[in-house]
Design a protein around this ligand. Structure first.
Ligand code: NAD
Length: 293
């Protein structure tokens, strides 16, 4: 007979509240020391609705912790050269501690070129190759916001990670790949034996069933089902999707990459969607901005 495990939530909202209270204290100390609070700018190119929502919630989070924030909106038609010029201006702006360029960018702009143009000391998204290299070498730098938010979530709930088998699904540059590196580092949280699964992985379920810690960043709604998860596993769901739902006033509901209803009863801990990784990503951005000053 299989053991029934009562799952507990890795609650990103509560964890963020605790961390943001500390960030707010630090922000007022910074303001007292140098006469102005930490200052983050966000560059939004074009009118993509999801990107605007993400950027606006970042700006709002800045205001709530007492940071200054600047939202720079640029037209969809901006040329690559003009955007690179704006990035260079922001690099030089002494009133600014850090900035992000919200991705994705329009197809005519090379996002890698833009990332490379950002001063690594102001790259609070942690996407610049110099910061990614520093992460690999365990040197101080800016960690990419989503993986570092997950690390903070595991730390907040004192999740034991050393010696455990962590399976990460998805190898994107912003989530899966850095996540696999952070979980294998000689640090806490870390010291896991890591398997990185991706679109060419064979018999994915056989691998995920071996996971003590399963981190899912695949971008497919409710892809991970109960039969893919070991009893007692810790599951972190990174995905976020709007699913049409006529019973809701909004007309949609948010789901992750994991079938929460079916999977949660098998887990010891699980991060829900919404309210798990999402708030932690923004909190990491605030932490990076604080670090930048
Ligand atoms: P991505 O599309 O760049 O990468 C998806 C990865 O999944 C790829 O590496 C691919 O190899 C892998 N994959 C695809 N199909 C697979 C399959 N059948 N089996 C195994 N692996 C497969 O996505 P991303 O940018 O890493 O984002 C993943 C999800 O996380 C998305 O839903 C995104 O919206 C969400 N996200 C959430 C936050 C947050 O703060 N909550 C932040 C970033 C991304």
């Amino acid at each position: 007979m299989s053991e029934v495990v009562a799952h507990q939530l890795l609650d990103g909202r509560r964890c963020s509240e605790a961390l943001r209270a500390r960030i707010a204290e630090e922000a007022s100390a910074v303001k007292a020391r140098r006469g102005r609070p930490p200052h983050l700018a966000a560059v939004l190119v074009g009118q993509d609705g999801a990107s605007r929502t993400y950027v606006e919630s970042k700006v709002k989070a800045c205001e709530e912790v007492g940071f200054r924030s600047t939202l720079i909106t640029l037209p969809e038609t901006i040329t690559e050269d003009d955007l690179l010029h704006r990035v260079k201006q922001l690099n030089k702006d002494k009133e600014l501690d850090g900035f992000i360029v919200q991705l994705p960018l329009p197809a005519h702009i090379d996002a890698d070129k833009v990332t490379l143009a950002i001063d690594p000391d102001k790259d609070v998204d942690g996407f610049h190759p110099e910061n990614l290299g520093r992460m690999v070498l365990s040197q101080p730098g800016f960690l990419p916001a989503t993986p570092s938010g997950i690390v903070e979530l595991l730390r907040h709930y004192h999740i034991e990670t050393a010696g455990r088998h962590c399976v990460v699904i998805g190898r994107s540059h912003i989530v899966g790949t850095p996540m696999s590196i952070l979980m294998s580092r000689n640090a806490y949280p870390g010291n896991c034996t890591v398997t990185l699964a991706h679109s060419r992985t064979k018999d994915l379920a056989a691998i995920t069933r071996q996971a003590d810690i399963l981190i899912v960043a695949i971008g497919r709604p409710e892809f991970v089902t109960a039969d893919m998860v070991k009893e007692g596993a810790i599951v972190v769901d990174v995905g976020i999707h709007r699913i049409p739902d006529a019973t809701r006033k909004s007309g949609f509901r948010l789901v992750g990459d994991v079938d929460f209803e079916a999977v949660a009863p098998r887990c010891s801990w699980i991060a829900p969607v919404p309210g798990g990784v999402g708030p932690m990503t923004i909190t990491s951005l605030l932490l990076n901005t604080l670090k930048a000053c």
